[in-house]
Design a binder for this molecule. Sequence first.
Ligand SMILES: *Cc1c(COP(=O)(O)O)cnc(C)c1O
Length: 474
Amino acid sequence: MEENIQQDNLLRRTMTHAQHYLHGLADSRVAATATLEQLRARLQTPLPQWETDPATVIDELVRDTADGLVGSAGGRFFAWVIGGTLPAALAADWLTSTWDQNAAIYACSPAQAVIEEVCGAWLKELLGLPSAASFALTTGSQMAHTIALSAARHALLARRGWDVEARGLHGAPRIRILTSDQHHGSIDRSARLLGFGKQAITLLPSDSAGKLAPAVLQAALEQEADTATIVALQAGDLNTGAFDDFAALIPLARAHGAWVHVDGAFGLWVAASDTLRHLSAGLEQADSWVADGHKWLNVPYDCGYAFITDRAAHFGANSHSESYLIAVEGARDQIDWNPEWSRRGRGVATYAALRQLGKHGVADLVERSCRHARALVDGIGALDGAQVVWQSQINQGLVRFLDDRAGANEADHDRYTDAVIKAVTERGEAFFGGTTWRGRRCMRISVCNWRTTPADVERTIAAVARVLRQLAAQ
Ligand SMILES: *Cc1c(COP(=O)(O)O)cnc(C)c1O
């Protein structure tokens, strides 16, 4: 049939574009070079009124976006916490769009429902979480927090005789959230979305290693001890990779009747590694956890996971039924665990990634990333004018660059550090982000991509060395 031939040609053409992009990652510039104006001038045409040949649509899309894409899929991208895409996960993601299933309920796509069920079981085993925990595959950790904390809200208020699903929060017992001053901002947004409000969050000071000290948590729990409390802990701080001391903190929180939530967006993956698992010791005693697939597991966006021990609370806060939904005895309907109706077959890429790597492959990916991060911190930190601020414990480290002019102060070093980050990024050899840590500007070194090789690490250190020499010569 004519349509089939056209479709085949288009997919082949698109595959060629994809191959070209992937092959280019090894050597192409990492940062985008197109300006905002250029991208708008190319992409912001008047609303198309008539049809365009699909092949033209795709060719022009590739042409118009090429220098506006960031090479985060490649091995020399070290900003934020951004993974790449494993080959099996990428291919599976193509099929996900091809199959175009609505993974809302079992009846709507039986295979998708079972794939998510398997992902849930595999992930709990891999991450060392209780096998009976319920789970949800989400758009990312932000929504995973929201689901987990909706279950916390349900459970904490139910214990106080308040049905939050029926009555809402007006007049409900107050809920507070205790967390360290190093917590991720996504906790704040979930607190806003769930009606707790940001003022419900009490920030507790972390110690010099970025961890919450048991005595600090204990004192906070003892104040207003009757208040419904969520304790939000962290597995993997985005500046330092710090892990809270779960074995000490979780029993304390639970003894006070608190719900313990763990943000493990990337850090939860250390549980896959025999050499790093000790960092997450005791974490399995929490009530809920989140992790991302699209960061360290290297599946395409968008993919996060929530795990919750209190299945009834998770179901109570998120389930949904309608006369036109079809329930199949014994099957898991995703709609009961995610606040979504129509949704992508989000489990397919995770399933493929876990099959490609296996437990040992995930451990190897995690350990390799940590080795590369250490090599980058060591290599860059040893350059003239550089200073190691945080040697990576996992895959996150911090360095800073010192302005060598006589009498330069910390503010000068801050400015110089930002100038180095900007220059490295503009040269296009590697891509780093900045952060303010304990009042000082630093360059973050974050390694999450399966593609990063020792050669990428060496090339990056050399690129930073070149920038430092050029800046010093100015
Ligand atoms: C990335 C991140 C989040 C947010 O996750 P998304 O998947 O981007 O929604 C939360 N916490 C930590 C520690 C993170 O690194």
